[in-house]
Design a protein around this ligand. Structure first.
Ligand SMILES: O=C(O)CCC(=O)C(=O)O
Ligand SMILES: [Fe+2]
Length: 236
């Protein structure tokens, strides 16, 4: 509780961020890190925070390298201009690490680990060791079984907007388990907050923008109010 996320804060320990949109509590708790973890880690382990910080910073750095490369490739595929993709690799990208914990649940059929949602990011790089994650595909929940030494990449709302809906931002959820507790680490990667996300319209088949332009900051605000209706809110 020492590092409890403050009502207006973004980092620290707390319930799932999407909790306000659901009446039932979720079987999940998490720790959010943006930039240096030391502010919150010092509160938890005043004399022994360095190892945690070093590990998290190392992980963040590795994720950042993968994310920058992946983003560069995606911008290329989407034919985003040099000017509009300058943010990739810049120091002010919006990135966050979310450490998730799902305890064992005595009645998994009556609880939700993490409720259905789409990620707001360009993409999210996820590391998980056990099952529980499910993706909604054509009306059915498909389990995503983690494979050792692999990372899962969720494409998010910003990529959906930027790609003019050629990439989707799949709805996913986590179901709890009676016997196994579950840990996951999500790395959310988005452009800087003042970046204007605009649909890339190219060629005849894709000549009409399906979304209006929106800054990262504005869309995050829309998502905080409209949640699952956010993309239709900015649809043209
Ligand atoms: O724990 C997981 O596998 C998914 C986490 C997730 O979807 C999220 O943090 O947005
Ligand atoms: Fe997610």
């Amino acid at each position: 509780m020492k590092a409890l996320r403050s009502p207006t804060g973004a980092t620290g320990y707390g319930v799932a961020r999407i909790s306000p949109f659901f009446s039932k509590s979720m079987w999940n708790e998490g720790f959010t890190i943006i930039g240096s973890p030391s502010h919150d880690a010092k509160k938890l382990w005043p004399d022994d925070y360095q190892q945690f910080c070093e590990t998290m910073e190392k992980y963040e750095k590795q994720m950042r390298r993968i994310a920058d490369r992946l983003a560069e490739m995606m911008m290329e595929v989407l034919e985003i201009s040099e000017k509009k993709r300058k943010w990739v690799g810049a120091s002010d990208v919006s990135a966050a690490l979310q450490l998730n914990f799902y305890p064992t649940c005595p009645e998994p059929n009556r609880a939700m680990g993490l409720a259905p949602h789409t990620d707001t990011s360009i993409f999210t790089i996820l590391k998980a060791k056990s099952s529980g994650l499910q993706i909604l595909k054509e009306g059915k929940w498909i389990p995503v079984h983690p494979h050792p030494n692999t990372l899962i990449v969720h494409t998010g709302d910003f990529l959906r907007i930027m790609s003019n809906a050629r990439f989707c931002s799949p709805t996913h959820r986590v179901v709890p388990n009676e016997n196994d507790e579950r840990y996951s680490i999500a790395y959310f990667y988005s452009p800087p907050t003042d970046y204007v996300v605009s649909p890339s319209v190219t060629g005849d088949l894709n000549s009409v923008a399906r979304f209006r332009d929106v800054t990262v900051k504005e869309f995050i605000g829309i998502k905080a109010q409209k949640f699952g209706e956010s993309l239709s809110f900015i649809s043209t």
